[in-house]
Design a protein around this ligand. Sequence first.
Ligand SMILES: [Zn+2]
Length: 95
Amino acid sequence: MVPQYDLEKIKFGVDEKTWERAAGIYEAGKITETEEGYFGFTARVLGTHSYDVAISEDSFNCGHCSCFVGQSGNVCKHMIALAIWAVLRGAPLKK
Ligand SMILES: [Zn+2]
């Protein structure tokens, strides 16, 4: 499954803070149990708590997350971190 977005689109599609935090999560290897499904990508993202995260393969604005921000219907750093993973699959992130 290939996401319909790339790093440039993600980076310029979210605010800088969200991007920086998401990049930090990705680089710290906190994205675990990644799976590909009909909807897109799912994972467990580790942090203060661990969060169940999903992101669409069509849009990094379309997903859900069990954190506070995600549950209120907004795009959170965990979703963006998973979107980065969907593009890079563990390869180093060049900023
Ligand atoms: Zn979240």
